[in-house]
Design a protein around this ligand. Structure first.
Ligand code: PLP
Length: 424
């Protein structure tokens, strides 16, 4: 068959874009060669509906071993008793938990999307907001921080059956023990969605939800630096509290409900090539090199946030405890959309983002979100962070001047072009 040069030329173009630019999208990263190789392997050819040892297809002897290794490594990495490595994405991991823990129409409490939550935490345009009854907590306007007393009040008032802790754009530690107290006070299931900071949590750098939360979900492709995908974890399996029983009358374990929530609940065949790539990424994340990488990600973010503050940028909550920060650009007289476009012309990739109490629409926004996971994989250190902040500031100050933006792009390309995508 003829090589599809149309698509391969585009892949090459994308590779050059990734190599030449500064990737500051907080949810992105660069995977190792071996993760990439597994993701593009013959395992993509295999159907394997079911779970290891209990498949609906023949020929699963090899993928059974691969998937079991992925499960065991995920459990070791997070200190968990249960792992499901099949979710195709973070959203599908969350869908499975909703499926297992709620009935359509049930009330749950999530982090407001416009304050830092995720679509799957109750947005009206998402299944979570369309099929269930979401109520929200947010951050305080003055501090940009969660107020746990207020979350407690909302929980007592609304009596949610599930509470979600976790965010797409919150740069501070989350008090999972306090969330558990709140959940226990209303008999709610507590779900932590650690899609963003999973790598930092796995290496003990920030607070660990596993001892406190009933269920934990994550993506595998952000700070965890694996292939695109999802993962469900439980520190300890337990009997479901919803009165769902087996044929013999005994309560079903939560692990069984979560497994069913993925397959057959909302997925068919698992992506065994991606599960192999996840297994490799979990193996990499178990090493000391990954610990050093995560320490550097956090250091880089802290230094970058300080440099932004020194230049008069308004970082929500004043700084960061993790890999990312949210910048309110209203005092710089530029929208998130205009900043994203100008930075794009300078070969610096960020995403526009709502800030808490934003007065602009999600298509315009007042802010941008920035993360350090990807640039740290490319080997950038603290001293590079000031240079990047200078580039960003110059681009924002000259956002209508295409020649100035092109000149910044030249400097960015000179800095990045010879650095491989995956260095540390
Ligand atoms: N949960 C959170 C907190 C996220 O930030 C994201 C992705 O950005 C997801 C879930 C969903 O992940 P995916 O894009 O893999 O569906």
């Amino acid at each position: 068959m003829q090589r599809d040069t149309v698509i391969f030329d585009l892949i090459q173009e994308e590779k050059e874009r990734q190599l030449d630019g500064l990737e500051l999208i907080a949810s992105e990263n660069f995977v190792s060669d071996q993760v990439m190789e597994a993701a593009g392997s013959v395992l993509t050819n295999k159907y394997a509906e079911g779970y290891p040892g209990k498949r609906y297809y023949g020929g699963c002897q090899v993928v059974d071993v691969v998937e079991t290794i992925a499960i065991e490594r995920a459990k070791e990495l997070f200190g968990a008793e249960y792992a499901n490595v099949q979710p195709h994405s973070g959203s599908q991991a969350n869908t499975a938990v909703f499926h297992a823990c709620l009935k359509p129409g049930d009330t749950f409490l999530g982090f407001d999307l416009s304050h830092g939550g995720h679509l799957t935490h109750g947005s009206p345009v998402n299944f979570s907001g369309r099929l269930y009854n979401p109520v929200f907590y947010g951050v305080e306007q003055e501090t940009g921080l969660l107020n746990y007393d207020k979350i407690q009040e909302i929980a007592l008032r609304e009596k949610p059956k599930m509470i979600i802790a976790g965010a797409s754009a919150y740069s501070r530690e989350i008090d999972y023990a306090r969330f558990r107290e709140i959940a226990d006070s209303v008999n709610a299931i507590l779900l932590a969605d650690i899609a963003h900071p999973a790598g930092l949590i796995a290496k003990g750098i920030i607070a660990d939800p596993i001892p406190h939360c009933h269920v934990v979900t994550t993506t595998t492709h952000k700070t965890l630096r694996g292939p695109r995908g999802g993962l469900i974890l439980m520190g300890k399996d337990f009997e479901n509290p919803f009165g769902i029983t087996l044929k013999n009358g005994k309560p079903r374990m939560m692990s069984s409900l979560l497994d069913s929530g993925i397959f057959p609940g909302n997925q068919g065949g698992p992506l065994e090539h991606i599960i192999a790539a996840k297994a490799i990424a979990f193996g990499e994340a178990l090493t000391d090199e990954f610990l050093h990488y995560m320490v550097q990600v956090k250091k880089n973010a802290a230094v970058m946030a300080e440099a932004f503050v020194a230049k008069g940028y308004d970082i929500i909550s004043g700084g960061t405890d993790n890999h990312m920060m949210l910048i309110d650009l209203r005092n710089k007289d530029i929208t998130g959309k205009a900043a994203e476009e100008a930075l794009g012309k300078a070969d610096i990739t960020v995403n526009k983002n709502m800030v808490p109490f934003d007065d602009k629409s999600p298509f315009v926004t007042s802010g941008i979100r920035i993360g350090t996971a990807a640039i740290t994989t490319r080997g950038l250190k603290e001293n590079d962070m000031q240079t990047i902040v200078d580039f960003i500031d110059e681009a924002i100050m000259n956002h209508t001047d295409d020649a100035a933006l092109e000149a910044i792009a030249d400097k960015v390309n000179a800095m990045m072009h010879d650095k491989p995508l995956f260095v540390v």
